[in-house]
Write a protein that binds this ligand. Sequence first.
Ligand code: PLP
Length: 434
Amino acid sequence: MNYYSLNKQAPDTSFQKAVVRGLAPDKGLYFPETISPLPDSFFDNIESLSNTEIAFEAIKQFVLPEIPEAELKSIIEETLDFDFPIVEFNNQISTLELFHGPTMAFKDVGARFMARCLGYFNKSNTNEVTVLVATSGDTGGAVANGFLGVKGVKVVILYPSGKVSEIQEKQLTTLGHNITALEVDGVFDDCQDMVKKAFIDHELTDQMQLTSANSINIARWLPQLFYYLFAYKQLKSKYDDIAFSVPSGNFGNICAGMVAQKLGLPVKQFIASNNANDTVVNYMATQTYLAKPSVPTISNAMDVGNPSNFIRIQELHNHNFEDLKSNLSSFSYTDKETKEALLEINQLYNYIADPHGAVGYLGAKDYLKDNSAHVVFLETAHPTKFLDVVEEVIDTKVDLPPQIKAVMDKEKTAVKIESYEDLKNFLLDENRAL
Ligand SMILES: *Cc1c(COP(=O)(O)O)cnc(C)c1O
């Protein structure tokens, strides 16, 4: 499969190159040249397939033969060694729990898949790849964990000092081996700016292969389409019309759902559920796209003012606004509404959601005011990752799951940096030490 750059100013490239580069040389996002629907029999028989069989069938056209069939199967098996259960609230609303992976965030799937793809490509390649990531919390932990011990890949994570939760910081800073955490004296945007600068700094890129591990990378973005198939498998016999409400930040997850739809998955509607960062909601109302600086909220993994994957969503709809509008509804909610939803979910359904899932629940409810369907909202993180908010709102102590307990007892190791020069010197020193 070839991939083209959405900026159309760079040559088409292979899966391998697209994964290793992250972004095309013209700074565009890569996009698959074709998306071929799966046969009807796949959807007819989906209930008899295992999750790994479903995932293999769905992703093989994007990856084979650059990663051979047997290797791809084992990458998928290692990536998906946990559950993706549906919890039904009633006959209109369910949640799909995506937080049963090692760091309890849905990003575990994409991070693990991408790490293993890079690891495969590096077997025959003596050049190290350095993955640079800026994180506001969840991405860093999932990437660190996913890439731990992968040969030929070094991971450098930048996080804003004092701006991530204690649990998130421990997940980033306690792994060691090929993972280094840089604690930045600044906010998330400073981390992000430093990473962007590094990618265009020839003094660095001439000497080392740098790549990103956020959802612009196709190997992190595409595997997210599995979730929608796993939900369908569990609900297909009960409901004819299924819609998905997706708590969205960079819009990678929802966009992957739309790829599943192109593969033939019947989806009545996608609902983008947002916090106060409402760039897409405004676009859908006015047809004018105005990126804004992000504003902080209690669902902080969605604090994105200029969602990088929205361009892929437009490509999937041939840049036709009316088509997009008929497939995508969008809503935005305040922190106050999110907290009320957390409480409502707890009281009505005896379920503990996290703030991101709660935003998804609100989107599901708003959609159902004017439409009928069974709406699945995605629970993208475990509630204990946002302990302060959740415990305060539902006024109950939440038990820490074993994955989290294990990491809390470990010792933090991080390198403090203050400026881009510090980052650059760190990378150059590391490279010299090889
Ligand atoms: C990253 C993240 C999101 C947003 O996902 P996108 O693909 O960026 O839209 C939502 N919830 C949680 C918990 C996340 O970590």
